[in-house]
Design a binder for this molecule. Structure first.
Ligand code: ZN
Length: 59
């Protein structure tokens, strides 16, 4: 007789996957109010989504 173990079953759920924290920032390029998923660093330019994409595609 062989026992078959029903291992590997784990109930899902937990404290992970919370909402991403967004920070208010002003775009250094167009001056528009925007939100960024990281904390803006003083002295470093922050770009809104549009300008970020523009800069990215320019390279
Ligand atoms: Zn912008």
């Amino acid at each position: 007789m062989a026992f078959e173990r029903d291992g590997g079953f784990r109930p899902r759920g937990g404290g992970f996957g919370g909402p991403r924290e967004m920070h208010d920032a002003t775009c250094s390029d167009c001056g528009q109010q925007t939100k960024v998923p990281f904390k803006p660093v003083e002295g470093r330019p922050v770009y809104c989504r549009d300008c970020y994409m523009k800069k990215k595609s320019q390279n």
